[in-house]
Design a binder for this molecule. Structure first.
Ligand code: HEM
Length: 415
């Protein structure tokens, strides 16, 4: 057995997974990690082969933590059932809806949040935590808008999602964590059932929010199916996007010279600026993805490289390993915006389960970066007060402080 895998601990992966993933990659296509009770796949091509082969590597398993928490919905079933669920939820998440319907609203939301921080600074607040005061509310409020939930209900939704996140990162099978996850799912299901029924009795509006789309009487999902999918979509869009925005902001503000270069691109016009923002966003998805694992279960005995996987065993594709595979990405340990093949990254998965919300999450992150730079071009990162990205399953900075000490307060207040 591999020595690295034998001693692999979740805490090591949470702090800095990349050296461990690189060692595992050099040890074999799939390596057994006894502490985690799963096979770990860290190479790009091997991960792609697993993700493209749902016949042999399935999401539909009683061992699936996602299935145990949310029940049967698109992320834990395969084949026709999966396509039907995804298709029914698709309308609010297309690239067109994300750009044309939601992006302008997210732009406005970002400006409102920055204005609120400016008001706080004018009243003497000395720091702005861009995680708590910017990334988190952008992700939560955007999902509230797109799903169609009242603003006042969102703190409750957020609290449930935090419980889910802990329960889904529970690779070690802690029973208490599992139980609290189940309870939160039951409470959120009940809440969403009410919202869905209210909308159904209102007759189902045309198009628009996810609740409207799913409550349309001509819709293709039964009520229980609509609910389970609503639950996974709502959960899937909050913690993940907050983390994606947070990671992108972290690298934008902390990589030497990157903030200045991105700001300078404005001198070449709006298109160049937008392209620079896009490059930072995509490279941060490759370099430090918010979702680190893609979990599958072998349907039958199968080989990956030299490893013999038994039926039912868990195969964990490590996104961070694939995204830094030197066979695909040149100089992978460097944060290098503008790489030609950056979009090959697996941050949103691959194949049938490719992220439903990828285009919306990109629209949100684009807005978050652009609005921050347009409004606060002199923003500075307070490295000492901030925390770097952390987490073995969902990965984000705990705190991202923009410097606004006494000498900065005025600047923040005026932008
Ligand atoms: C608007 C925000 C988002 C929503 C609504 C959303 C929703 C979803 C849903 C419903 C799925 C399951 C798709 C399926 O099984 O067919 C999914 C998959 C996935 N999402 Fe997202 N997501 C969002 C943002 C993100 C972000 C920001 C990331 C990471 C950067 C992410 C990473 C993934 C990954 C890796 C998968 C594939 C999981 C797998 O194959 O096992 N998502 N997402």
């Amino acid at each position: 057995m591999s020595a690295v895998a034998a001693s692999l601990r979740l805490e090591d992966l949470a702090v800095d997974p990349y050296p461990h993933l690189a060692e595992l990659r050099s040890e074999g296509a799939a390596v057994w990690a006894p502490n985690l009770d799963m096979w770990v796949v860290t190479g790009y091509d091997d991960a792609v082969s697993v993700l493209r082969d749902p016949e042999r590597f399935t999401n539909d398993s009683p061992k699936s933590l996602i299935q145990a928490t949310f029940g049967r919905q698109m992320l834990s079933v395969e084949g026709e059932e999966q396509r039907r669920y995804k298709q029914a939820c698709l309308a609010p998440f297309t690239g067109k809806a994300s750009r044309e319907v939601w992006q302008p609203r997210v732009d406005r939301l970002c400006v409102e949040l920055l204005e609120a921080a400016e008001r706080a600074a004018a009243c003497g607040a000395v720091e702005v935590d861009l995680m708590a005061d910017y990334a988190a509310p952008i992700a939560l409020e955007t999902m509230g808008i797109v799903v169609g939930l009242p603003f006042g209900d969102l703190p409750r939704v957020r609290a449930w999602c935090e419980v889910f996140a802990r329960s889904l990162a529970n690779f070690e099978g802690d029973a208490e964590l599992h139980r609290t996850g189940q309870e939160a799912a039951a409470a959120m299901r009940e809440y969403l059932a009410e919202k869905l029924d209210e909308q159904r009795s209102a007759g189902g509006a045309e198009g628009g929010t996810l609740i409207e789309v799913l409550s349309d009487t001509g819709g293709t999902l039964a009520r229980s199916e609509a609910l389970a999918n609503l639950l996974i979509v709502l959960f899937g869009g909050i913690e993940t996007t907050e983390s994606m925005i947070g990671n992108a902001l972290h690298y934008l503000l902390s990589e030497p010279g990157l903030l200045a270069a991105t700001l300078d691109s404005r001198n070449e016009g709006e298109t160049a600026f937008l392209a620079a923002v896009e490059d930072v966003m995509e490279e941060s998805l490759r370099y430090d993805p918010a979702v680190q694992t893609l979990t599958r279960h072998a349907t039958a005995p199968v080989r990956i490289g030299g490893a013999e996987i038994a039926a039912g065993e868990t195969v964990q594709c490590m996104v961070g390993g694939a995204n830094r595979d030197p066979a695909v990405f040149e100089d992978p340990e460097r944060f290098k915006p503008g790489r030609a093949n950056v979009r090959k990254h697996l941050a949103f998965g691959l194949g049938n389960h490719f992220c439903l919300g990828a285009q919306l999450a990109r629209a949100e992150t684009r807005s978050a970066l652009r609005m921050l730079l347009e409004r606060w071009p002199r923003v500075e990162f307070d490295r000492l007060a901030s925390l770097p990205p952390y987490g073995h399953e969902f990965r984000k900075p705990g705190r991202l402080v923009a410097r606004s000490g006494p000498q900065r307060k005025k600047e923040l207040a005026v932008g």
